[in-house]
Write a protein that binds this ligand. Structure first.
Ligand code: TRP
Length: 335
């Protein structure tokens, strides 16, 4: 049986935090180990340029994200790991798809509409600050997915619409030029895969409530100490269902460890002690990958070589399809 193609992209505009790890990195690496899947993971660095016009930050983030995935155990012999910007075929497909995508479809994209609404609320011109990159974002994302004819695309809830748009665009192209694309499906992680941040809301860079994944041990401890708790004293029973400390603990613990912690909450564990145990649990799991991460960050050439090999593998995979598509639309050599 043909393997199922699973593909996902990571926008390279920040430093990975615990929420990225629990929600995306850890499940993706686990999925990539399965025999019946062919996994493609890439750094969406073209997408990063839409939001970030600071070259140093784009560069730093690409390096951090690459080192993170490798340090967390991604097996690049099995999965294909690459930078979007190393695959010129994606940019080429982006144009072929742009030419069949109706502007009306893009007008309906949530991210674009939110920017327009914000401008209107601010009494600005509706188009203020909106680039064609932002407007066409879903077409580039469709190109990422369709270039590999991915079957399954693991994403956050906010990205579901983009996968639906990729299906629409693929359908339109197939209708015009013949059956070239598989219609991809979004796979959204369970609720449990969304980690809470320092303030109890979803851990997210935009809420400024994150704990970095691979900073120093001290910073991890400091981050954990900043998690919001209530004023219950040691000895007073605490509610695990309403505690960010418990929530994060659970994301790293075995079911048995989680049960033990649940009992300690009922017995009135002090917040300081609960945080200490949380730190020990997480640090125990991150200490080894952290070493590896620091080593990779200090050896960019090593990471570069892995990514160059990944790009070669990815390009070999897309070349045939792109050549068929060129033929299909009439970009053929004269004979
Ligand atoms: N837009 C996605 C995000 O911000 C990142 C991304 C880019 C992506 N291209 C993709 C995800 C293709 C899945 C498939 O999260």
């Amino acid at each position: 049986m043909a393997k199922e193609i699973v593909l996902t992209g990571i926008t390279t505009s920040g430093t990975p935090h615990l929420g990225n790890y629990v929600g995306a990195i850890r499940p993706a690496i686990e999925a990539s180990r399965q025999e019946d899947t062919d996994a493609y993971f890439f750094m969406a660095d073209y997408h990063a340029l839409i939001k970030c016009q600071d070259p140093a930050r784009v560069q730093q983030s690409r390096q951090e994200i690459a080192a993170t995935w490798l340090a967390c155990g991604l097996d690049t012999d099995k999965a294909t790991f690459y930078r979007q910007s190393d695959i010129p075929e994606i940019a080429e497909l982006n144009w072929l798809l742009t030419c069949v995508t109706s502007k009306g479809l893009m007008n309906r994209a949530h991210a674009y509409k939110a920017s327009v609404d914000a401008n209107i609320a601010d009494n600005q011109d509706p188009d203020f600050g909106i680039t064609m990159g932002l407007f066409c974002y879903p077409v580039l994302m469709a190109a990422d997915i369709l270039a590999f004819n991915a079957n399954k695309v693991p994403v956050g809830r906010d990205q579901i619409q983009h996968i639906e748009m990729a299906r629409d665009i693929a359908g339109r192209f197939n209708h015009l030029f013949g059956q070239h694309f598989v219609l991809p499906e979004a796979v959204v992680g369970e609720e449990g895969s969304i980690l809470k941040g320092l303030d109890g809301r979803k851990m997210s860079k935009s809420y400024n409530n994150t704990i970095p994944l691979f900073d120093t041990e001290k910073k991890l401890q400091k981050g954990i100490n900043k998690i919001k708790t209530n004023l219950l004293e040691p000895g007073e029973a605490k509610d695990p269902n309403d505690s960010t400390v418990f929530d994060i603990y659970k994301a790293f613990a075995t079911p048995e460890q989680t049960e033990e912690m649940r009992n300690k909450f009922a017995e009135g564990i002090a917040w300081g002690q609960a945080k200490k145990e949380l730190f020990e649990l997480i640090n125990g799991q991150l200490a080894e990958p952290r070493e590896k991460y620091l080593e990779l960050m200090a050896n960019p050439a090593q990471v570069e070589a892995i990514l160059q090999a990944g790009a070669e593998k990815a390009r070999a995979r897309v070349r045939g399809l792109i050549s068929d598509l060129r033929n299909a639309v009439g970009l053929v050599n004269f004979k």
